[in-house]
Design a protein around this ligand. Sequence first.
Ligand SMILES: NC(=O)c1ccc[n+]([C@@H]2O[C@H](COP(=O)([O-])OP(=O)(O)OC[C@H]3O[C@@H](n4cnc5c(N)ncnc54)[C@H](O)[C@@H]3O)[C@@H](O)[C@H]2O)c1
Length: 358
Amino acid sequence: MRTSKIKVGILGGGGILHAHAPGFTRLRDVCEVVVAERDVSRHGLIRELLGNETEIVTDYKELLNRADIEAVDILLPHDLHLPVTLEAAEAGKQVLTEKVMARNVYECDRMIEACRKAGVTLTVCHDRRYDGDWQVLKHIVESGELGEILFWKLEHNQNVVVPEGHWIRSYDKIGGGAIMSCLTHQIDSLRWYGGEVENVTSMSKVVPERMEGEVIGGLLARMKSGALALLSINWHTQSHDAPNGLWYEFNHVTGTKGEAYFMSGKGTYVKIHNGESQLFEYNQRGEGSFVKIESASQLTGHQRCIEEWVKSLRGEEASILTDGTDIRKTVEVAEAAYLSERTGCVAKIPIEPTPWQQ
Ligand SMILES: NC(=O)c1ccc[n+]([C@@H]2O[C@H](COP(=O)([O-])OP(=O)(O)OC[C@H]3O[C@@H](n4cnc5c(N)ncnc54)[C@H](O)[C@@H]3O)[C@@H](O)[C@H]2O)c1
């Protein structure tokens, strides 16, 4: 068992540091962080999140050049995920990157190859796979009690308004728009729950005052299993954080024998239609109701992802659910959605990796 602390360089200290910081602070006995954030006006907040003693530099390259830093957590705009991963791999650092892995599969492949060559790991922080409630839904699906899976419906609702000049407004920096940036949470979960996607059709809506890429998008997919999936992203709704609003995220699965869903703020529920369940305490009154299945985990998905990643860095047994070689396929589905929109046709997976074009 390793006794010395792992030193991790956090590259980028913007909005998502709020989710990563509690992941690292609870592991301070085994892990120390140094942050690279070029915007010095953020340094005070970064110290509030990670502790007053936290070392902060402005240039991430400084951290890549340091021998005491063994691994990096990349929290940068999407167009930087590829170049920074290549540099980090070359410097021999283990890599964790925030979603989305990169802007297209071509870039993902280059990241995978660089890390393979350098002998370092490449993990993507798709936090939903590590979230207790989302894992409960996976457990329900894997129990087989829902019968044959017929239909998936996954939604993401948010109101994304960023100032002029922010990278999210740039098609080039975000890697398209809301589908690549954020519906990849739902695409990734769909693949994790239901297996691979066979083909995709998609349409989207641009609202130029908000950003260059799409703010709203829908994706209809046929899974290899034969099931259908309907996914949507809406970055122009106040439904999830207004009083009496709807939800932030929603995952629903319909099987021949039962159905289940996760809804933000509510939890995960299952209903076995004939009431006969080996696994769930099913309250069979009348036609039966949906039953809540509690998650055993009190941690957020980000906290658990970081915990497992740090365990893996320390050479301990770890449950890494989001290796880059797998997550590449999530990016591929989003890229296929764009291909479908451009061609007006159904896009079949696999697609041909092509370099990013503005
Ligand atoms: N999992 C989630 O739910 C979730 C939510 C939000 C964002 N994210 C992801 O987190 C990542 C970062 O997004 P964000 O919302 O924190 O963006 P952000 O704009 O708030 O933060 C990015 C930070 O990087 C800094 N930066 C940019 N270039 C730099 C450089 N060369 N050197 C040092 N610092 C640099 C910026 O100054 C900024 O503070 C993205 O991949 C995004 O998709 C994930």
